[in-house]
Unconditional design. Sequence first.
Length: 153
Amino acid sequence: MTVSGVSGADSALAQYMTQTKAAENNTQLDSDAFLKLLVAQLKYQDPSKPTDSNEMMAQSAQFTMVQRLEDMAKSTASTLGIEQGMAASSLVGKSVSWLETDGTTRTGTVSSASFGGATSGEPVLKVSTGGSATSPVQSTVQLSQVTAVNTAA
C-alpha cells in the first residue's frame, strides 16, 4: 500500500479554498489557511518518510513572517488614518480647490473636518462655497478630492 505524503493536505487545502471562495470570493491564503494546511500535511504524512525538519523550520518561519506582515499592514493602515486626520484638520479655515464628480473645479473655505468613524476611513471636509454669513452654502468634500490649498487673497 502506498501512502502519499501530501494527498490529505491537498484535499484539506481544496476543501478550505472551496469554502473560502463561497464565503468571501477570495483566493488568497491567510494565516489561518496556512496553519490548517501545515497541520493537514503533518496529519497525512507517510510515517515511513517523515517531513524533513529543515522543511518544517522553513514553513514555521514563513508562517511567522506572514503573521508579522499582517500586523505591519494593520499598523500602517492605522498610521495612514491618523495622518489623513491630521491633514484634514490642518485645512480648517483655509481656502481649498477640489474636483467635483462632473469634472468641474470648485473653491471654498474649509469650515470643519470629520473623520468618518468606523464606516469610512477617509476624512470628510465641510467647505463653505458662498451664500450669506447667516446661511452659508456648504459642500461635503472628501480629502482625496482636494486638488489645491490656495493662498489667502
